[in-house]
Design a binder for this molecule. Structure first.
Ligand SMILES: Cc1cc2nc3c(=O)[nH]c(=O)nc-3n(C[C@H](O)[C@H](O)[C@H](O)COP(=O)(O)OP(=O)(O)OC[C@H]3O[C@@H](n4cnc5c(N)ncnc54)[C@H](O)[C@@H]3O)c2cc1C
Ligand SMILES: *[C@@H]1O[C@H](CO)[C@@H](O)[C@H](O)[C@H]1NC(C)=O
Ligand SMILES: *[C@@H]1O[C@H](CO)[C@@H](O)[C@H](O)[C@H]1NC(C)=O
Ligand SMILES: *[C@@H]1O[C@H](CO)[C@@H](O)[C@H](O)[C@H]1NC(C)=O
Ligand SMILES: *[C@@H]1O[C@H](CO)[C@@H](O)[C@H](O)[C@H]1NC(C)=O
Ligand SMILES: *[C@@H]1O[C@H](CO)[C@@H](O)[C@H](O)[C@H]1NC(C)=O
Ligand SMILES: *[C@@H]1O[C@H](CO)[C@@H](O)[C@H](O)[C@H]1NC(C)=O
Ligand SMILES: *[C@@H]1O[C@H](CO)[C@@H](O)[C@H](O)[C@H]1NC(C)=O
Ligand SMILES: *[C@@H]1O[C@H](CO)[C@@H](O)[C@H](O)[C@H]1NC(C)=O
Length: 526
């Protein structure tokens, strides 16, 4: 008796809670059907009652985010096959008071491409991933749902002497990556991915389909580094291909993180940002389990791409960075596309693996933070970092050198402002494989302490951060309102002086703040 009464009560409560969602979902689907009557919505709109819903909604990359209790499940997920279905999704979401989250590769560090606290729809770009290469014009159109691996592979299919300067991880989506800047092993020679974007297709907050000419230079400026998700749905990018030599050289030099290695890192800090632009040497400090001798469990990996041949690299290193003691046997010559796999950690894998259906998805619980370094960090700090790494085993500190082309492009050319004066970027990343909130909190707390410790040694006023390594710790928009002054705190970390211009563009193109999230660009206020 009591049980029945209780469950009746529960049903009542559940239906009160769900009623908004059900209405929103019905309205949304019939709105989509009204706008595009000739296509059965069930082929591209998936609501909670449909079997495909669960598998489509889940984003495996960072289960830390998927388990967020604050987030609701989306009312529906749309997997558009064309521009009309994106336009309809925007119009119908607006009409029914739903927010949208746009997902391309789904790698957002805080899950913002698929999580939302208020009723929402996911627009998932997985079916819009075509790539067309024009070698004659040295350009390409690439749809947002394509991955970096697919793009690199497609270029290499057409030409062994062309490439594109974007990130090292093949599973990252071009939709999010280019809109936040995007850098990899050719950053010193060719700058960011976003620096090499020459046109784009976008659906704006009113559902209009625009290209560079019709969106205007302000909006085109904003989407190249201002972060996706504030200005519209990017459908495709047109990019300028760059030339790579037929043979490039790569190396991995592992060093036990002893005093000598710390001294090499001291030299690296001075030299790596000033070397020939063709040479990129990054350092990854990581914990490597060693039962034999726990004292040598922290390693520094010098991981490099040289856009040239081995015979030129050895004398160059001897001249400019002899401290590393690079030997011929440490190096491998290969084509550029093979170097993509090498840098992604896949030695001796074939380039076919870059096609998305063959790429292993990157899956891990992780939390990351970023810094920029403008003055070399003192050696004692690296000694301390080594000690700290012994307390936390799955930890990585990745240091990517800047300089070269990056120092030639002005801070305001695109919204990404971290140019001249930056020696290198640091990404701190902690991973764990144990489920649950308590385990997560422990690791996140540890990472925050490391970040606090690093404060005196990194950029200041503001302490800069990279928007593609999204970190909600540095600040979020207050819910349901957009206080310009509060957003300025995190906004200037990501965008420095460009933040203000981003807010002005935002006010012009999306005055109702339809495209919003925890870290979207707010409207401008004087
Ligand atoms: C394993 C791994 C390796 C990485 N390596 C690098 C690296 O080498 N260099 C580097 O610079 N970065 C790197 N990153 C960071 C990466 O650039 C960002 O996470 C990037 O934002 C991911 O883009 P996405 O499309 O995969 O992610 P998503 O989660 O789909 O999107 C990220 C953000 O962009 C928005 N967005 C996505 N698509 C669109 C669209 N079509 N229109 C409008 N907004 C959109 C989303 O709403 C979200 O806010 C790496 C990340 C991971 C997880
Ligand atoms: C749309 O497709 C679904 C599943 O394939 C089917 O059940 C439904 O009847 C179709 N609706 C219309 C209007 O054709
Ligand atoms: C590790 O280092 C500690 C402190 O320097 C030392 O006491 C210990 O003997 C070392 N262990 C090994 C196996 O070298
Ligand atoms: C572990 O330490 C020993 C020396 O004590 C070394 O020979 C071995 O290469 C190390 N293993 C790894 C995986 O670094
Ligand atoms: C490195 O440079 C020194 C002189 O600066 C020279 O004596 C030596 O032969 C060079 N080594 C290589 C491997 O080029
Ligand atoms: C990679 O392949 C080459 C030749 O195909 C071989 O000599 C080398 O040992 C392989 N390396 C690894 C790590 O498997
Ligand atoms: C993977 O994708 C490629 C093209 O993108 C296609 O030719 C191939 O058949 C696909 N393979 C599998 C196993 O789905
Ligand atoms: C999600 O959180 C719950 C409760 O804290 C926990 O039991 C579960 O293991 C977590 N799941 C994942 C995938 O992290
Ligand atoms: C947002 O906050 C400001 C002041 O903090 C207030 O004046 C404004 O009305 C709020 N807007 C909304 C939409 O709540």
């Amino acid at each position: 008796m009591g049980l029945v009464a209780t469950s009746v009560l529960w049903i009542a409560i559940i239906s009160i809670m769900c009623i908004d969602v059900i209405r929103a979902h019905d309205g949304f689907v019939s709105c989509m059907n009204d706008i595009i009557p000739f296509v059965n919505t069930s082929s591209y709109v998936f609501t909670r009652d449909m079997p495909m819903y669960s598998s489509l909604v889940s984003s495996p990359h960072n289960p830390r985010c998927s388990n967020s209790t604050a987030s609701k499940r989306p009312v529906g997920i749309v997997t558009p096959n064309n521009i009309f279905e994106i336009q309809a999704s925007v119009i119908c979401s607006r009409e029914h008071g739903l927010q949208v989250r746009v997902r391309s590769g789904g790698h957002d560090y805080e899950g913002l491409s698929y999580l939302c606290k208020t009723p929402f729809v996911i627009i998932d770009m997985r079916n819009l991933r075509s790539i067309s290469i024009d070698i004659k014009q040295e350009s390409a159109w690439v749809e947002s749902g394509a991955t970096l691996g697919e793009l690199y592979y497609s270029i290499a299919q057409e030409s062994q002497t062309h490439g594109f300067p974007a990130g090292v991880c093949p599973s990252v989506g071009v939709g999010g990556h280019f809109s936040g800047g995007g850098f990899g092993a050719m950053v010193r020679k060719y700058g960011l991915a976003a620096d090499n974007v020459i046109d784009a297709y976008l659906v704006d907050a009113k559902g209009r389909f625009l290209d560079r000419e019709s969106m205007g230079e302000d909006l085109f400026w904003a989407i190249r580094g201002g972060g996706g998700a504030s200005f519209g749905v990017i459908v495709a990018w047109k990019i300028k291909l760059i030339r790579v030599p037929p043979k490039v050289t790569v190396f991995n030099v592992y060093k036990n993180m002893d005093q000598h290695t710390i001294d090499i890192i001291r030299h690296w800090q001075h030299k790596a940002p000033k070397m020939k632009n063709e040479l990129f040497i990054r350092v990854l400090i990581q914990y490597v389990h060693n039962d034999t001798n726990p004292n040598i469990s922290v390693q520094a990996l010098f991981n490099s791409l040289f856009l040239g041949e081995l015979k030129d690299l050895i004398p160059l290193m001897n001249e400019t960075f002899p401290q590393l003691g690079l030997k011929e046997k440490d190096c491998l010559e290969m084509s550029w596309i093979e170097s993509v796999l090498f840098l992604a950690g896949g030695l001796n894998k074939t380039a076919e693996l870059l096609q998305s259906n063959k790429t292993d998805p990157y899956v891990s619980y992780f939390k990351a933070k970023s810094d920029f370094v403008t003055k070399p960090i003192p050696q004692h700090v690296f000694v301390r970092i080594r000690e700290k790494f012994h307390q936390q085993k799955l930890i990585f500190m990745i240091m990517d050198p800047y300089g070269g082309r990056m120092s030639e492009i002005s801070e305001s050319h695109i919204p990404f402002p971290h140019r001249k004066g930056n020696l290198y970027n640091i990404q701190y990343l902690v991973k764990w494989d144990v489920n649950g909130v308590r385990a997560s909190n422990k690791h996140i707390h540890w990472l925050r302490k490391l970040y606090k410790y690093m404060r005196p040694y990194v950029s200041k006023h503001p302490r800069s951060a990279y928007v593609n390594y999204r970190d909600l710790d540095i600040g979020t928009n207050p819910q349901a309102n957009t206080s310009y002054l509060e957003a300025k705190v995190w906004g200037e970390k990501y965008f420095k002086g460009n933040f203000k211009r981003l807010t002005k563009v935002k006010s012009k193109v999306d005055p109702d703040n339809f495209f919003r999230s925890e870290q979207s660009i707010p409207l401008h206020q004087d």
